[in-house]
Design a protein around this ligand. Structure first.
Ligand SMILES: Cc1ncc(COP(=O)(O)O)c(C=O)c1O
Length: 243
């Protein structure tokens, strides 16, 4: 990783690109890395984030409006809680990994959105940082048979470590298709800074033009982009040992 960092820095400097993605912060390598991340996560598209924390806050802010309801796990990371604080609509919490309570919250939320015309966003994590246990993604995805919602998974701890190829906790639990919005970060398994969101092309396109943390802040520096390429290739080439 030190060599990838040093090669990137000697080629581009630590600062480049100097600007936000929509201004002067775009490069071919940013676009290429997003394509690679999307393919790795088996999603249509991906968007890079300059920081995981602010990326999550901003991702939640841009996904919902006051007509929508967010249902979330009680042990969600601080960045999710801060994103929720910006939400102007209702939010319902379910006790950590309590699927029968989640079902109750989804019933409440469904009644509300039927009246408001909004949608439901369920947010949980792949691997919870404090306890180390996994979110019950499979059970949550199963609830889609009964309720209409989008599932947003923060897999900061699972990306690069969980699943056969390292694609994360959704791969580990066999629910990559059922997770609508996948969020991974680079500081843990990649020893870098930054992150990404992988999802349907329509969702990612909407985020490109509506996520304030990426529109009004500097994009991911080149040494980090180069380092991320190197690490993803390592994940891809490695057949992981089944725990
Ligand atoms: C679950 C989770 N999400 C998001 C973040 C924030 O990511 P970053 O450190 O890339 O800003 C963290 C950081 O510890 C985390 O544990």
């Amino acid at each position: 990783m030190r060599k990838a960092d040093a090669d990137g820095a000697s080629q581009y400097g630590l600062g480049l690109p100097m600007g936000a993605r929509m201004m002067s912060g775009e490069s071919d390598l940013h676009i290429k890395l997003e394509k690679e991340l999307a393919a790795f996560e088996k999603k249509e598209d991906a968007i890079l984030l300059n920081f995981g924390y602010q990326g999550m806050v901003s991702a939640i802010d841009c996904l919902v409006d006051r007509h929508d309801v967010i249902v979330y796990d009680s042990e969600s990371h601080a960045c999710i809680i801060d994103g929720l604080r910006m939400h102007m609509g209702k939010r319902f919490v379910f006790p950590h990994n309590d699927i029968s309570n989640l079902e109750k919250q989804l019933e409440r939320a469904s009644k509300l959105v039927n009246e408001s015309g909004g949608c439901i966003l369920v947010i949980t994590e792949g691997v919870f940082g404090m306890s180390g246990d996994q979110g019950k993604l499979k059970e949550i995805v199963d609830l889609k048979k009964k309720f209409q919602f989008r599932l947003f998974v923060d897999d900061a701890h699972g990306f690069g470590t969980m699943g056969k190829t390292g694609a994360g906790t959704c791969e580990e639990q066999g629910v990559m298709d059922g997770v609508d919005i996948y969020f991974g970060t680079f500081p843990k398994s990649m020893a870098l800074i930054g992150g990404f969101i992988a999802s349907d092309a329509q969702v990612v396109e909407f985020k490109r033009y509506n996520m304030r943390s990426q529109i009004f802040a500097k994009s991911l520096p080149m040494p980090l982009v180069i380092g991320a390429f190197k690490k993803i290739r390592t994940f891809k080439n490695k057949t992981r040992v089944k725990r």
